[in-house]
Structures are given as structure tokens and as C-alpha cells.
Design a protein around this ligand. Structure first.
Ligand SMILES: NC(=O)c1ccc[n+]([C@@H]2O[C@H](COP(=O)([O-])OP(=O)(O)OC[C@H]3O[C@@H](n4cnc5c(N)ncnc54)[C@H](OP(=O)(O)O)[C@@H]3O)[C@@H](O)[C@H]2O)c1
Length: 257
């Protein structure tokens, strides 16, 4: 396809910048905007064929409400948010353009798309849906087409449960008052991996992980399940009942699909 004019709201950092580099590498003319570029963005969006929104989850809705009405009816409006149902609903109601929802299942440090997962949600229209699928497939991405609600429900296990677990672990580690150096000296391979996750969530990008946990529509359900499991474990641990614990794990494993 010919070189396109593409705008990325949130293209100055993180996933937006990653997408800007990918598209520029494909020969497209890319405009990357951040918080300070509101007036430039409003002037240039109507001339773009494709617009990506890649801003923090907490402001995604208001940014789409600002951007959507500026996108031309022949253009494609897409987002890279880690949640899909609300951004898609918002993009559909605030624009008349084609709409596609994307969720890259990796972070912005990834250099090659080969074998990397990207969730693709159909919104409206086929032209830009096919274009973005073709773009990602040509780079070797593994595409997973999904309904947005289904995505959010399943990702609550993949992301909310994982990050909730890491947050709980980090907070318990802090409360034990054992220094980082001593823990590092004693670390097993599994604990080292967990410490790396704790560092990532607490120090590298707490905004992203906290907003995934706080804003997923399924977080309350996950938290309820998590609390129920802890409550079931508690009396068995209190009674030093390792057989009971093992039985509980076996029961849960047997119940899993
Ligand atoms: N990071 C990941 O690992 C990852 C993976 C998959 C999906 N995602 C999704 O990607 C999206 C962006 O996350 P990120 O981690 O890349 O965020 P980020 O690194 O914090 O970057 C956010 C970008 O949004 C811009 N921005 C913030 N508020 C804005 C506003 N009100 N108006 C216009 N631009 C604004 C920032 O501009 P300034 O430079 O001016 O601050 C920056 O360019 C999120 O929806 C997230 O769920 C992230």
C-alpha cells in the first residue's frame, strides 16, 4: 500500500512510540503527539488516513472523545489499550470512521514482532481492519481475533490476577522487613524471577499495572476469587495440615477446564 499519513495520540513514549517507529520503518509519514501537542493534533487529525490512540488507560476515554469526532469518515481509528471493551465502545460512538481495537501482548522494548501476540478486535468496517492485519502479519506477529468483552474477561486472569499477585507479594515482602540484599543473597531461581516481576510492577511502570488492576471490569470478580482461595488456605495452613492443602490443590486442578 502507498505511504499513508498516520497520527499517533500518545506517540511520544511507550507503546505509541513503538508503533510510530514500526510505521515509519514501513515508509509511512507518522505524526506522534503527546500531552503538549493538542493544537497540532487537532489541526492534523482530519488529514490522516489512520489514527492510533495509545494513552494511559485512565485518560483513554476522554482522549477518544476528543479525537474521535476529528477523524474523517474514510479513515481508520484504532487503539492499543490493554482493555478493549470500553475503548471500542467509545471509538464507535465518537467517530464515523472504521474502528479497530488492538492489544499488543508485550511491552515497548520488543524489537521484532516475530511470534509476538497481538489481539485484534473488529469494531466497524473492513478496509482498515484488513490493512492493520496485513501490516502486523507481514512483521510475523501472531494475531488473535477476539470479541472485546471476551478479551477483557480472559485478560483479567492473564494480567489482573498476575499483577495483583505480584503486588501482594511485594507488599508482604516489604512488611517482613528483610532487606533486599539479604533476600538477593538467598534467592532461589524462582524467587529471582518473582523479584524481577515485583521490581517491574513497583518501580518500572506502576501507572500501567495499577490502572490495569484498578480499571478492568473483571477485577472485583478476580479479587473475590483470590480472597476466597486465601480464606480456604488459611485454616489448613493454621492447622499445619499439608495433606489437606494437597487435597485442596488436587480438587482445584480437577475442577479446571
Ligand atoms: N507499556 C506496555 O507494556 C503496554 C503493553 C500493551 C498495551 N499498552 C497500552 O498502551 C497504552 C499506553 O501505555 P504506555 O505504557 O505506552 O504509556 P506511557 O509510556 O505512559 O505513554 C503514554 C503516552 O500518552 C501520552 N499522553 C498521556 N496523557 C495524554 C493526554 N491526556 N492527551 C494526549 N496524550 C497523552 C503521553 O504523552 P507525554 O509524553 O506528553 O506524557 C505518552 O506519549 C495504554 O492503553 C496501555 O494499556 C501498554
Amino acid at each position: 500500500m502507498r505511504s499513508l499519513q498516520i497520527g499517533i495520540v500518545g506517540g511520544t513514549r511507550g507503546m505509541g512510540l513503538w508503533m510510530a517507529r514500526l510505521l515509519a520503518g514501513e515508509g509511512h509519514r507518522v505524526h506522534a503527539w503527546g500531552k503538549a501537542s493538542a493544537s497540532q493534533m487537532e489541526r492534523l487529525i482530519p488529514g490522516c488516513q489512520v489514527i492510533f490512540v495509545s494513552v494511559p488507560l485512565g485518560v483513554t476515554r476522554e482522549v477518544i472523545q476528543r479525537v474521535g469526532p476529528l477523524v474523517g469518515p474514510e479513515a481508520g481509528l484504532m487503539d492499543l489499550s490493554s482493555l478493549k471493551a470500553e475503548p471500542l465502545k467509545e471509538m464507535l460512538s465518537c467517530s464515523s470512521s472504521d474502528v479497530v481495537g488492538l492489544h499488543p501482548l508485550f511491552g515497548p522494548r520488543v524489537r521484532s514482532l516475530k511470534g509476538k501476540g497481538v489481539v485484534v478486535c473488529r469494531g466497524r468496517g473492513t478496509k482498515w481492519f484488513s490493512w492493520v492485519r496485513g501490516l502486523l502479519q507481514s512483521q510475523g506477529a501472531r494475531l488473535v481475533e477476539m470479541d472485546p468483552q471476551e478479551h477483557d474477561r480472559a485478560m483479567a486472569v492473564v494480567q489482573v490476577l498476575t499483577h495483583l499477585n505480584t503486588m501482594s507479594m511485594g507488599l508482604v515482602m516489604k512488611s517482613r522487613g528483610i532487606g533486599h540484599e539479604e533476600l538477593s543473597r538467598l534467592a532461589t531461581p524462582v524467587f529471582r524471577k518473582k523479584m524481577a516481576m515485583v521490581r517491574k510492577v513497583f518501580h518500572e511502570n506502576p501507572d500501567l499495572y495499577c490502572s490495569i488492576v484498578a480499571l478492568s471490569p473483571y477485577s472485583a470478580e478476580i479479587l473475590e476469587d483470590y480472597s476466597r482461595v486465601l480464606a480456604a488456605l488459611s485454616p489448613l495452613v493454621g492447622a499445619r495440615d499439608s495433606e489437606g492443602l494437597k487435597n485442596l490443590l488436587t480438587r482445584i486442578t480437577l475442577q479446571s477446564p
